[in-house]
Ligand binder design. Structure first.
Ligand code: 28G
Length: 686
């Protein structure tokens, strides 16, 4: 346990530290220019350390390093620290990792690895390797060939980034029978590396940190359920590691969905995980196709578990590289898709059915497929805005080769199951081709247009690409919007009043509701299990409601509807909320719009330099002149839109929250409000 390693007082010290205010950040001493590369006593060549920079840039532009300052970014700090501990475990030096969330909002991660080296750093006279790692950006260096590095992009930005964004961070290292400690604040050492004392039989690193409210905001805090799931997934992903979870009970929800203490250890790895995820569901073919290949030194190791769910179920694929989630997929997922398609094709050929397989694509084989894939490669590269996609080409080949062999065996082991899978894939392909044909026919005969709801003012462009549907509250706003729109690619659907709350509506009630029927018809993509992204008639679906509580309520009812009935529309990034202004400020010839009170005050200062502008408050979108509506809310070059997104790792939590806030249990809502009463501000304005 952590307590054996570091003792309870480590925690106490931390709390006292966090009370003492950190000094104002002072400029970091410029790093001396690197000299020649002499190997250090720690056994690594520090000349591989490339970019040397202090931590000021991290505090100035946190988004560049952790992708923002929102809740996701906050949890990225945890990912960074636990990934370092995982590296130590995956490399075979640590067998457990402790994760502890404390009442004060700080988080501690402990491993029993080798301990971060504390000897003097060859290139920074007077500094230990530990201090360099903690205070110099990109000072991770290259790991030796036997060890992984979770480097690249947002991942592996280095623990120094966590340090820079923490108001208190304490590192303890148990190494060579001794215990060392150093404390930092906002990236600056609060003293030298201390030798705490002898620590025989102890090894490893402990990092305890408290995210800086100056960066993440006053109300920002770690979400226990989210940490719990992140920690648990690390244990699934590396069967050899034991992860122990501890959370201050007072931080947990009264419903008790998350245990205050838990041990995650999954000798069966991904297969255990998948079996649990799909428990009770019908499969196209049994058993789960899974396997694991471990390579000496790790590079090229992989593990997978795949199940084909019966039609009607939603499939999913969760892939990882070096235990880092890759929700956008990438090269490793491509390798998997190709392996399954080719494997099944070859099998069809062997049994003389290759003709049937000819039209089957990887998408058909993967439809309703529940797939878990984890690969380990040296120095992976990630791409995409959030670095959520694996780009290393070699991963495709590694996965394809490994899976081809194993899949051949799986198919050959049970010809009957293989045939079921083959038949099912061919069915998927035929269904897809049939639908495509229907679509073409319906387009040609233009019958589709006739089936559109009467209230919809459709756009004139054909095809979804570049088109937008504005869902507008009320006929009067609808009228303005129709005049303000760009007829070519913007369509308007006015809804009258509040829509049905679908959170507790039955299917019949939903079907009987004219408002929703119109909306479903206008979108064209179907709902529930019939949802098809390909049929969506618009690229962007924009909810445009008034900037008041009623508008917010209608927007939440709509978002609830989409979340319940077409979650993929949200997941695929089609849903947006418009941001209409609340005020118009005018002085002389200058006229600007403000979205809320804070923005209004800011504009008075910055644009009008304190002069009193004439302030008009919009009561609703319907009150705006069409030109005004266009300029502030609809014109793509001037408007702001909020994209509705859902974190793939937190779908369950999202569903829970929607149920709690929109469901038919008022107590749950009451509880939610009560729990958060302390965070509420400016209630008077409502
Ligand atoms: C508890 C929270 C997160 C870690 C280690 C162990 C070593 C290390 C970490 O070395 C410097 C530069 C390149 C190798 C490595 C110790 C080799 C020998 C380590 C962690 C050395 C960093 N002895 N454990 N870093 N590299 N755990 N847990 O962060 O050459 S970070």
């Amino acid at each position: 346990m952590a307590d054996d390693l570091f003792g309870e007082d480590g925690g106490k010290d931390m709390r006292e530290e966090s009370r003492a205010p950190a000094p104002a950040p002072k400029p970091v001493r410029p790093a001396p220019a690197p000299r020649g590369g002499t190997p250090s006593e720690a056994g690594y060549d520090a000349s591989t350390i490339e970019v040397l920079e202090g931590l000021e840039p991290v505090r100035r532009r946190p988004g560049m390093y952790i992708g923002g300052t929102d809740e996701r970014a906050l949890h990225h700090l945890f990912a960074e620290v636990i990934d370092n501990a995982m590296d130590e475990a995956v490399a075979g030096h640590a067998s457990f990792i402790d994760v502890e969330l404390f009442v004060d909002g700080s988080l501690a991660v402990t491993d029993n690895g080798r301990g971060i080296p504390i000897d003097p750093h060859p290139k920074f006279p007077g500094k230990s390797a530990l201090e360099v790692i903690m205070t110099i950006l990109h000072a991770g260096g290259k790991f030796d060939s036997k060890v992984y590095e979770t480097s690249g992009g947002l991942h592996g930005v280095g623990v120094s980034v966590v340090n820079a964004l923490s108001d208190v961070l304490e590192v303890e290292v148990a190494r060579g029978q001794m215990l060392y400690r150093q404390t930092f604040s906002r990236g600056h050492p609060q003293g030298p590396l201390e030798t705490v004392g002898r620590a025989p039989n102890r090894r490893g690193t402990r990092v305890r940190f408290h995210p800086d409210a100056q960066i993440f905001g006053e109300g920002a805090h770690f979400v226990p359920a989210r940490l719990f799931r992140m920690a648990r997934s690390k244990a699934y992903l590396f069967g050899g590691v034991e992860i122990r979870w501890r959370c201050a009970p007072s931080l947990l929800k009264p419903e008790g969905d998350i245990a205050p203490e838990a041990v995650f250890k999954f000798p069966g790895g991904l297969r255990d995980y998948l079996a649990r995820e799909i428990e009770g569901k019908d499969l196209v073919a049994e058993p789960i196709f899974s396997g694991k290949i471990t390579k000496e030194g790790g590079h090229g190791s992989l593990e997978w578990a795949i199940a084909w769910l019966a039609t009607g179920e939603d499939g999913f694929s969760s892939s990882y590289c070096n235990t880092i989630p890759t929700p956008e997929g990438g090269t490793h997922e491509s390798g998997l898709r190709i392996a399954l398609l080719r494997g099944l094709r070859d099998h069809a050929e062997r049994i003389g059915q290759s003709k049937r397989m000819a039209q089957v694509t990887a998408d058909d084989v993967m439809a309703t497929c529940a797939a878990m894939l984890s690969v380990f490669i040296r120095e992976p590269e990630f791409q995409g805005q959030t670095k959520d996609k694996l780009a290393t080409l070699e991963a495709a080949r590694i996965v394809e080769n490994a899976l081809r062999d194993a899949f051949d065996h799986w198919l050959a082991a049970s010809p009957q199951q293989a045939l079921k899978l083959l038949d099912w894939s061919v069915d998927r392909a035929e269904e897809r081709l049939r639908r495509r044909l229907e679509k073409e026919v319906s387009r040609k005969t233009a019958t589709r247009k006739l089936r559109l709801p009467g209230k919809l003012a459709d756009c004139s462009n054909a095809g979804a690409a570049g088109s937008e549907l504005f869902i507008v509250e009320g006929d009067s706003a609808g009228g303005s919007a129709k005049q303000a729109r760009n007829r070519a690619n913007q369509a308007i659907l006015p809804l009258r009043g509040k829509i049905l709350n679908v959170a507790n509506a039955t299917r019949e009630k939903l079907n009987a509701n004219q408002q929703l029927a119109d909306l479903i018809l206008a979108l064209g993509c179907g709902i529930g299990t019939q949802f098809r992204e390909d049929d969506l008639r618009y690229e962007k679906v924009i909810v445009m409601t008034d900037a008041d509580v009623d508008g917010a309520h209608i927007a939440s009812l709509l978002v609830t509807f989409f979340w319940r009935q077409m979650p993929r529309l949200i997941e695929k990034g089609h849903l947006y909320l418009s941001v209409p202004p609340l005020y118009r400020l005018r002085h002389g010839t200058k006229s600007v719009y403000a979205r809320d009170d804070a923005h209004k005050d800011e504009l008075i200062e910055t644009v009008f330099k304190g002069k009193k502008p004439e302030i008009g408050r919009f009561k609703g979108l319907g009150e705006m002149m069409p030109a005004e509506l266009k300029e502030t809310t609809m014109d793509p070059s001037k408007r702001s839109l909020l994209k509705v997104m859902v974190d793939h790792e937190n779908k369950e939590e999202t569903s829970d929250t929607v149920e709690r806030l929109m469901g038919n249990k008022p107590e749950a809502r009451f509880l939610f409000i009560q729990e958060r009463a302390a965070f509420a501000r400016e209630l008077i304005d409502l």
